[in-house]
Design a protein around this ligand. Structure first.
Ligand code: GTP
Ligand code: MG
Length: 203
């Protein structure tokens, strides 16, 4: 799928104020600094669409981007950023949970995982919570350019082995780099296929 247009529409903390209408949307979530905004820029080919930063905690709102005038990409705040303090983290958690549980247009959630790290409790628990609430999700391993010499692959295989302890069937997963654009076509094709099954007029 080609992305012909990508426009920022609105930022919110309240799911009730998100855009009206029935366009399907695909949201990106994960720990702070995992690379959500960079991935969105890479997928859309627009370097400055979503704001990125080396300082964690940059995205604190629900950000809607309209793609090809008929579906949305949603950039969500990162979870688990300790420096926000308990109160700040609770506020962000509420924004995220309300969005995920209440937003009917949310068609698939992409959960981003740093491909360099061992499985983290916070991510495993988050995915369990998604399962309990029947939220459709896929995993996106990020920053695959950062480890050299097959280490990325080993780490990811290890991660998937670990997940099998909790899941009978693994969710779909993608291996990506916002630097090299690895995984771009795979994710866009995945979205395209879902859009096609939802409504043959959405392409
Ligand atoms: P918050 O909005 O703070 O939750 O962070 P985020 O998940 O949106 O992360 P963001 O895209 O801002 O990226 C965080 C840092 O990681 C930035 O310095 C990016 O340049 C870097 N980064 C993101 N993706 C990649 C990647 O695929 N490869 C490399 N080498 N660096 C990346
Ligand atoms: Mg961000």
């Amino acid at each position: 799928m080609d992305i012909n247009s990508a426009e920022f529409i609105i930022s919110n903390t309240d799911v009730k104020k998100c855009p009206q209408g029935q366009f399907p949307e695909y949201a990106f979530i994960g720990r702070s600094n995992v690379g959500k905004s960079s991935l969105i820029n890479m997928l859309t080919g627009r370097n400055k669409l979503a704001m990125t930063s080396s300082t964690p905690g940059k995205t604190i709102l629900i950000n809607h981007f309209l793609i090809n005038k008929n579906w949305y990409i949603v950039d969500l705040p990162g979870y688990g950023y300790a420096k926000r303090g308990h109160k700040g983290q609770d506020q962000i958690r509420k924004v995220i949970e309300d969005y995920i549980l209440e937003r009917e247009q949310m068609t698939n959630l992409f959960v981003l995982i740093d491909s360099r790290l061992e499985p983290q409790k916070i991510d495993i628990e988050f995915m369990e919570w998604l399962g309990e609430n029947n939220i459709p999700f896929s995993i996106v391993f990020t920053k695959a350019d950062k480890l050299k010499g097959g280490k990325t692959k080993n780490n990811i295989n290890n991660y998937l082995r670990n997940l099998k302890k909790y899941w009978e069937e693994l969710p779909p997963y993608f291996i990506t780099s916002s630097e090299s654009r690895m995984g771009k076509n795979e994710i866009l094709d995945y979205i395209y296929n879902i859009n096609t099954t939802l409504n043959s007029s959405i392409i």
